[in-house]
Design a protein around this ligand. Sequence first.
Ligand code: SF4
Length: 229
Amino acid sequence: MKHSVPSPPLEAVYRALLGEFGPQHWWPGRTRLEICVGAILTQNTAWTNVERAIRSLRHARALNLETLHAAPLAQLAEWIRPAGCFNVKARRLRAFTALVADRFGGELDKLLALPAAELRPMLLAVHGIGPETADNIVLYAAQQPVFVVDAYARRFLHRHGWMGLRATYNEVAELFTARLPPDAQLFNEYHALIVALGKTYCRPRPLCDKCPLAAAGMKPEQRNLKRET
Ligand code: SF4
């Protein structure tokens, strides 16, 4: 049986986070291709490792679709080695470049011009691209309003009793998309602020006494603080 949980006060959360951290200016990438590459490489690794892998690609003059698609897989894996799981991620990158090369004549802009309702399932059909990666690409590279759900979002939502432990990816995303205007810039900033919250205060060991949500009167559920999501 499903238990209902209270809805998060989305505007109050946003105000508190924006007041604390200010605008985040995401995604950290110079081009749309770099954003897509970063979104694929960031799976299961810290962003600093992704930055090193991107620098390695740039140094090799490989940060363009033609080279990424034509290079031998072993070479691609070597370039992105700092991102970890480099053989797996090289295959994922290659699957993504194959989509662009084979179906869009190598023109990334054509893929990203698809409406989110077409783009998202197309990305999800690519080997190794799951909902979070697909949504990072749709939101940050294609600038279309989908909400990115990550472990940071799940953690603070659950700790406050705003999300059940078994909520699916889509259920968590709908907490935001059903109650916020479909504004890519808003979703961009909101997601980036949640990441800042998760890295600064809502860590595995939470720092509630310093956190802007607690300061704004949003107290976590004590019993949920003891359980990892
Ligand atoms: S008050 Fe505590 S549980 Fe809530 S978001 Fe802040 S650190 Fe996390």
